[in-house]
Ligand binder design. Structure first.
Ligand SMILES: [Zn+2]
Length: 152
């Protein structure tokens, strides 16, 4: 079996959509991330150019929570570091959930879910539902561990 086929991407998103439906409006899709990047950039530009009187409340709100950093040549929306947390945590787009979880999960070699969660938590804000959905579908994990419950 090919490594890539351990979790089916379409199945992942189909399953995620059913569990994720009630909070879908708040979900970070690429277009919402891009909009927020623009808002934060606009705020920063106004600060830089001494046009603070033009800053609108929406810009102030998002700039208080998020920042925009260039990571691997790409503009990324990150959660503003606080005193307690200095890690650079990217806001992950729903569209990239799969690839991010997939990559980190393979790094842990189908390790424990807590290990995966703590790995991801340091880099991305990915909802727990997405991680759990992925793990439920991972054939690699099913083969490695004794089954805890019988699937109907
Ligand atoms: Zn696995």
């Amino acid at each position: 079996m090919m490594q890539d086929e351990l979790v089916n991407k379409d199945a992942f998103y189909a399953m995620l959509n059913t569990t994720y439906d009630n909070c879908i409006k708040k979900a970070w899709y690429w277009n919402r991330i891009q909009e927020t990047i623009d808002i934060v950039n606009s705020y920063k530009a106004k600060r830089l150019e001494n046009r603070t009187n033009e800053i609108v409340s929406k810009e102030r709100y998002y700039a208080g929570k998020y920042d925009v950093l260039k990571i691997s040549g790409q503009q990324r929306l990150v959660i503003k570091p606080t005193e307690g947390c200095k890690d650079v945590i990217c806001v992950a787009a729903v569209e990239e959930f799969f690839d991010i979880i997939d990559e980190q999960h393979k790094l842990t070699n189908h390790g424990k879910r807590d290990k995966l969660k703590s790995l991801l938590k340091k880099k991305y804000n990915i909802p727990r539902t997405a991680i759990e959905t992925y793990l439920e579908l991972c054939k690699g994990c099913v083969f490695r561990r004794p089954p805890r419950r019988v699937t109907p």
